[in-house]
Design a protein. Structure first.
Length: 260
């Protein structure tokens, strides 16, 4: 008996139309000139518009116009904009996933996963503009879940703990991805890069931030740490690494306790 023979059509039909398209559960439309329009071409055009102009520029009519078709032509293939957005995220999540490696520890492999997620968000700045509407349910999105779970597979954690760990590190990826995305956008719009380190504001803040008004912040500003003008560049200045390493430390501590 093949896998298809065991499928419950009712449960598969409960998936959104976009997810059904992603899984190949929907027969492609045969209406219109053959080969001139397809789900793949529509999604590719939408991703291109979003990459160049932002998510707000994406509409069914705009995508149709860019392809030289009417809006109704698109609805023969993709039923709604929500389905289109789902398929756009699915398309850009089709990224190379490293082969399993015995030479790398789980910490290094989780770092690779986080860095890959951030690269994806920076390459497609609109990605995090799409609200999270539920759990990942499309093929490539699920591969992005399977990847870190594979890394955690042999650790002495329950299935719940593994999934919660993936949620933790993917959440950090999204958090830092949004920060880097926003910085990229600001710099592209003409912002001074030093505004993010605070270098240009250091002296002013040392005059304005007093120990009376800001008793905890004052020593940080006075030391030059808040505006990164303390002259101590290096690992301690890398907020991303610091945060990720502390998360990995916490996971490692939890794993060590599970082994005892």
């Amino acid at each position: 008996m093949s896998g298809d023979d065991t499928r419950d059509e009712g449960s598969l039909n409960s998936l959104p139309h976009g997810a059904q398209l992603a899984w190949g559960l929907v027969k492609p439309s045969t209406r219109g000139p053959k080969g001139e329009l397809s789900v793949g071409k529509i999604v590719e055009a939408a991703v291109g518009i979003a990459d160049r102009e932002g998510l707000s520029a994406v509409s069914m009519s705009r995508v149709a116009s860019s392809l030289g078709f009417t809006t109704m032509s698109l609805y023969r293939y993709i039923k709604s904009k929500d389905d289109l957005l789902m398929l756009m995220t699915e398309a850009v999540c089709d990224i190379p996933i490293p082969e399993e490696s015995e030479g790398k520890g789980w910490r290094e492999q989780l770092r690779e996963y986080v860095e890959a997620c951030i690269r994806l968000m920076r390459a497609h700045p609109w990605f995090t503009d799409i609200p999270i509407m539920g759990v990942p349910i499309t093929p490539n999105n699920l591969k992005m879940v399977d990847w870190p779970l594979r890394i955690l597979r042999d650790l002495p954690l329950s299935e719940y703990e593994k999934m919660s760990t993936v949620l933790l590190i993917s959440g950090y990826s999204r958090f830092y991805g949004v920060i880097m995305r926003d910085m990229d956008r600001a710099i592209e719009a003409g912002a001074n890069p030093d505004s993010f380190s605070g270098l240009m504001y250091g002296e002013a803040l040392r005059q304005l931030v007093t120990p009376e008004s800001y008793p905890a912040l004052y020593p940080i500003v006075a030391a030059g740490v808040y505006t990164e003008d303390d002259g101590n560049k290096g690992e301690a200045q890398d907020d991303f690494d610091f945060g990720l390493e502390r998360i990995l430390d916490g996971i490692e501590l939890h794993v060590s306790r599970a082994r005892t």
